[in-house]
Design a protein around this ligand. Structure first.
Ligand code: CDP
Length: 222
């Protein structure tokens, strides 16, 4: 694998709907980094499973992953709640994780030249995909806040969905993500814990920017 030298690598892990994606977007834009929401990769595989139940299998996936482009992750169908649910089930499978491992590593360590680095968010980024990241964050928020945020997002697609349904599905997702055997969600010792429960998007971005700028300044990169 080609590894670009002197790039900034940011790794973020977080439970569902904690605001990591929004934050990763703002940080990536500010520092000109390639942003990868790795959950979308699992969501895309889940979408294949839903769309092609008969063809779905490891060989089918191998072919799909070979042709995978980062722009495929912008597919709006990935945002549906059932896709997220199926994603958290298939993400437990070792063979699935193995298939997408190199795709993620390559984006993290060899982002296109126009970027100064990469920023990946997911569940196992800080300890599995970019263990030597320059910055590691664990972003979280209390369960009700996360459910409320996700409820507001999902209401745009489905007017009938209720808050309690969303709360239940977030609890279910947490259980799947924290308790699975392979690559579970966890906060590593070297990650900085940020709770977004009482922070606006802007406040959250500024808090992280301050941490990043301080280290970049010390290292002479700013
Ligand atoms: O957007 P949300 O926070 O609901 O989740 P997501 O980031 O879209 O990820 C969907 C699912 O993919 C998660 O529930 C995880 O089970 C799985 N995932 C994973 O296992 N490893 C990652 N690096 C990213 C996501």
């Amino acid at each position: 694998m080609i590894k670009r030298k002197q790039i900034i690598k940011i790794a973020i892990d977080s439970p569902a709907a904690a605001g990591a994606g929004t934050l990763a977007k703002a940080i990536s834009k500010h520092y000109n980094l390639l942003q990868v929401d790795t959950g979308k990769i699992y969501r895309l595989i889940a979408l294949y499973k839903i769309k092609y139940p008969k063809k779905f299998g490891i060989n089918f996936l191998k072919k799909k992953i070979k042709k995978l482009k980062i722009n495929d992750l912008n597919n709006k169908d990935l945002l549906y709640n059932n896709v997220g649910h199926v994603a958290s089930i298939i993400a437990k499978k070792k063979e699935v994780r193995k298939l997408v491992y190199n795709f993620q590593k390559n984006l993290a360590y060899n982002p296109p030249k126009k970027y100064k680095g990469s920023c990946l968010d997911g569940r196992d980024i800080t300890y599995n995909i970019i263990p030597d990241a320059d910055f590691k964050f664990f972003i979280t928020a209390n369960i009700k806040t996360r459910a409320l945020r996700r409820f507001k997002e999902l209401r745009k697609f489905n007017k009938h969905i209720t808050f309690n349904e969303v709360l239940k599905s977030i609890k279910n997702r947490d259980k799947n993500d924290y308790e699975r055997k392979i690559s579970p969600l966890k906060k590593t010792k070297d990650s900085l814990l940020i709770s977004t429960t009482n922070l606006t998007k802007r406040a959250c971005f500024l808090k992280i920017k301050k941490i990043i700028d301080r280290k970049l300044l010390i290292n002479g990169n700013l």
